[in-house]
Design a protein around this ligand. Structure first.
Ligand code: HPA
Length: 282
């Protein structure tokens, strides 16, 4: 027996899309990935639900992630078909990039045109508040070999820009919702830095990402953003700010993140319904 026997086997994108198409011929106009503790679009109708293990061959291991893909329609607008990933795979779970990007590559293969990514993130920008939603306008990849090779040379480079038509639409939709109802907080915009984790950052790392001109830190999303580049799928990402770093205090931990994600999820849900039903003007 080889040790290989014990390795979970990720499916190929062809297998994933084949499993989906065996159950539904609906191709969603958009896919949404929900990060730690983030909940939205819970009431889709005509829903098909695939547990991750069945669909991708790999089970999720992080609490706060349901680990399923739901394909369904918005109850208030039955023409809108959407695929919702509750949870994702991370490098800190021990998965390689192949597994971490499998869902995104499957969406590309399936022909989904728009991918909305979300994550829980720590605020590094001191003007942020817990529960804010931040549209990611740029990112720093501190996950991959680029970072290990370049190290502080990165200080000389600007963050990677990821503004596009989708991120602009999110910003317009957020402006509209805020104008209509002040309880919908104005969206923040900023640069997201992804670390491998799984432990939260040290204060020295937070100081470093401040110098790298980042506004938020997390452990995901960058692999997905890198994967869609030059594909037929466009992507935009939103961070739920679950904690704000101060200069002298380490953060609380995963439970604190899950609590704050719940509170912000109501606004995120509103934002997605507005966007998917194309209610915004621009
Ligand atoms: N750092 C990294 N990941 C996170 C954080 C954080 O402060 N908050 C939520 N996810």
């Amino acid at each position: 027996m080889t040790t290989d026997t014990f390795k979970p086997r990720a499916k190929t994108t062809e297998q994933v899309v084949g499993l989906i198409k065996a159950v539904t011929h609906d191709t969603p106009q958009a896919a949404v990935v929900l990060g730690s503790g983030v909940s939205a679009l819970n009431d889709l109708t005509h829903a098909h639900i695939f547990p991750f293990e069945e669909l991708f061959g790999i089970a999720p291991t992080v609490s706060g992630h349901a680990g399923s893909l739901t394909i369904g329609r918005l109850p208030e607008n039955q023409d809108v078909i959407v695929a919702v990933m509750r949870g994702r795979f991370h490098l800190y779970e021990g998965h390689d990039w192949n597994v971490v990007t499998l869902a995104t590559r499957s969406f590309i293969e399936w022909g989904v045109k728009e991918l909305f990514l979300t994550n829980a993130a720590g605020g590094v920008n001191s003007s942020f508040n817990v529960g804010d939603l931040m549209v990611i306008t740029g990112f720093r990849d501190l996950l991959s070999e680029v970072w290990q090779k370049e190290g502080l040379q990165l200080l000389k480079k600007a963050p990677q820009d990821c503004q596009n038509d989708m991120s602009n639409r999110i910003i317009s939709a957020g402006d509209e919702l805020h104008r209509e109802n002040k309880e919908f907080r104005a969206l923040q915009k900023g640069v997201y830095a992804a670390f491998t984790g799984p432990s939260y950052e040290t204060l020295a790392e937070i100081e470093m990402v401040r110098r790298l001109k980042c506004d938020a830190v997390g452990m995901s999303t960058v692999p997905e953003l890198l994967t869609v580049a030059n594909s037929g799928t466009a992507a935009a990402a939103i961070s739920v700010i679950t904690n704000v770093w101060s200069d002298d205090q380490p953060m609380g931990g995963h439970e604190e993140v899950l609590e704050a994600s719940k509170a912000a999820s109501r606004r995120l849900d509103q934002l997605f319904r507005h966007l998917l039903a194309k209610k915004h003007k621009i």
